[in-house]
Design a protein around this ligand. Structure first.
Ligand SMILES: C[S@@+](CC[C@H](N)C(=O)[O-])C[C@H]1O[C@@H](n2cnc3c(N)ncnc32)[C@H](O)[C@@H]1O
Length: 271
């Protein structure tokens, strides 16, 4: 009997969801299978049932599996072109509204994205001679399902490789010059972190003037993506913005509920 059947896979993913609260059912199967296969190879097991036994016997393997499933790859100012578009089209527009600017980086991994966004607002406030308004107006929430990534995010320490997409002037202005390349306190204090499962049924935090959800939706099935677009639409204040990852786009009803601000950089406004 083939032990890599759909039924065996479903039994394993149901177990993972039950044991660790990771809602496998909403992720694309292909993606999950590929990542589970990597862990099975690492442990030299060939069937889903045997891998389930390894998970029961070894909590550390469970942690490694969840690490593999959550895919935490990120960078400061990842895809700089997108941040350049945010700096040009989103930051000044929100600043000009003169109200609170609540930013949500949903699926923030180890914090590179929320810190990069906070730095853009900081730079703009200095440029327009209003840095004194930052603490009162700008708050950036970084949320993720992965507690270990959030611990790293709270530290705000970075490695050389994190800076691959960072323009030199921003690196120099906002990060310590030597390892561990700490983010400066005036930006760090604008950001807070929270563990949050995007698949949970609770209402989204909000209202937000800017929601950035990049390189997270691609792992979810279509129905889940549509549900999240709905959630983001509800959570956005009028005049707010939504930014997706480069390979992500609006689906279903969301296509008529948002207008494109920058198609290439995946920036939208709720209608
Ligand atoms: C590839 S990272 C993206 C990081 C950042 N947004 C970027 O684009 O550089 C994907 C993140 O989504 C998080 N994630 C996956 N499933 C999630 C869920 N159900 N709820 C919240 N975060 C989730 C992962 O833990 C991971 O940190």
């Amino acid at each position: 009997m083939d032990e890599l059947t759909d039924a065996a896979f479903a039994t394993l993913t149901a177990k993972i969801a039950r044991d660790r609260g990771f809602g496998c059912a909403s992720y694309k199967d292909k993606c999950l299978r590929r990542r589970i296969a990597v862990r099975m190879r690492a442990r030299g097991v060939h069937t889903y049932a045997d891998y389930a036994k390894v998970l029961d016997a070894d909590g550390a393997e469970y942690d490694k599996l969840l690490d593999a499933l959550t895919i935490n790859v990120t960078k400061l100012f990842r895809n700089w072109e997108t941040y350049a578009a945010i700096a040009e089209k989103v930051v000044p527009a929100l600043w000009a509204q003169n109200g609170p600017i609540r930013v949500w980086s949903a699926g923030c991994s180890s914090g590179e994205e929320p810190y990069s966004l906070a730095a853009l607002f900081h730079r703009h406030a200095e440029k327009v001679g209003q840095p004194g308004q930052l603490a009162q107006r700008v708050s950036v929430l970084g949320s993720d399902i992965d507690a270990r990534s959030l611990e790293a995010a709270e530290r705000g320490h970075f490695e050389e490789a994190d800076f691959a997409d960072t323009p030199p002037d921003l690196r120099q202005r906002y990060f310590a010059p030597t390892a561990p390349f700490t983010i400066v306190p005036e930006v760090k204090r604008l950001v807070r972190f929270e563990r949050r499962d995007l698949l949970a049924q609770d209402p989204p935090p909000g209202p937000h003037q800017l929601i950035v959800c990049r390189n997270v939706l691609i792992y979810f099935d279509r129905e889940t993506q549509e549900r999240l677009f709905d959630k983001y639409h509800q959570a956005l204040a009028p005049g707010g913005f939504l930014v997706l990852g480069k390979v992500e786009t609006l689906l279903g009803a969301a296509r008529t509920r948002f207008a494109s601000v920058d198609g290439r950089e995946r920036i939208f406004r709720p209608l």
